[in-house]
Design a protein around this ligand. Structure first.
Ligand SMILES: CC(C)(COP(=O)(O)OP(=O)(O)OC[C@H]1O[C@@H](n2cnc3c(N)ncnc32)[C@H](O)[C@@H]1OP(=O)(O)O)[C@@H](O)C(=O)NCCC(=O)NCCS
Length: 170
């Protein structure tokens, strides 16, 4: 059975070695132990562990503030990928954002990370911008992806009959 546990300053010691192992096998510039600890102290940060039958299999970290979600980090254990678990974490993030009234979600992704780009597209994100040479390690640009969390964003009919489509703020 799959479950999501909030990672806090009190319980992070249970997960951190597993997180760092996945993180180091997933990214060219992995977050440090300190960086993960810091996420448990930020008021805006949501940091979740994904467990299957009690075993740790992935994590997501996102910030929620001023009506926006900013996805900071997501990774699934290499042996558990391709089973819908990344989508599950993203869906739960979006669900929470909507329930708290967030209007937009956005993230940065490397152009070379095709799997992540497919994952985000499937969740409803669209490529809406580019940050030149954003990643210091490889000098790669970042693709900015965003999505509206508002219901029926496209072709929303306002009470006065005006059909409105909001630009997505970046
Ligand atoms: C990106 C990541 C979190 C995806 O997690 P996952 O659990 O494997 O993804 P899912 O099984 O939920 O797949 C969701 C969608 O992603 C895409 N996808 C997943 N694996 C893919 C693959 N090997 N090739 C192409 N597309 C793939 C597909 O569109 C898939 O939808 P589908 O199954 O309907 O085709 C995972 O690959 C990972 O941990 N990667 C390393 C860390 C990383 O790159 N994080 C993102 C940083 S921006």
């Amino acid at each position: 059975m799959i479950s999501i546990v909030n990672i806090t300053a009190e319980n992070i010691h249970r997960f951190l070695d597993d997180i760092l192992e996945i993180e180091r096998s997933s990214f060219p510039s992995p977050w440090s132990r300190t960086a993960f600890h810091q996420e448990t102290t930020r008021r805006v940060s949501h940091f979740w562990a994904l467990l299957a039958g009690g075993s740790f299999i992935g994590y997501i970290c996102f910030w929620m503030f001023s009506g926006e979600i900013h996805l900071m980090n997501i990774a699934i254990h290499p042996k558990k990928r391709g089973k819908g678990l990344g989508s599950h974490l993203l869906d739960k993030m979006i669900e929470l954002g909507r329930s708290k009234g967030a209007e937009t979600a956005w993230l940065e992704v490397r152009p070379s990370n095709l799997v992540a780009r497919f994952l985000y597209k499937k969740a409803g994100f669209k490529e809406t911008g580019r940050r030149p040479r954003y990643y210091n390690d490889t000098n790669e640009d970042a693709i900015v992806m965003s999505m509206s969390l508002l219901p029926n964003r496209a072709n929303r009919l306002e009470p006065d009959g005006i059909c409105q489509t909001n630009p997505i703020p970046l």
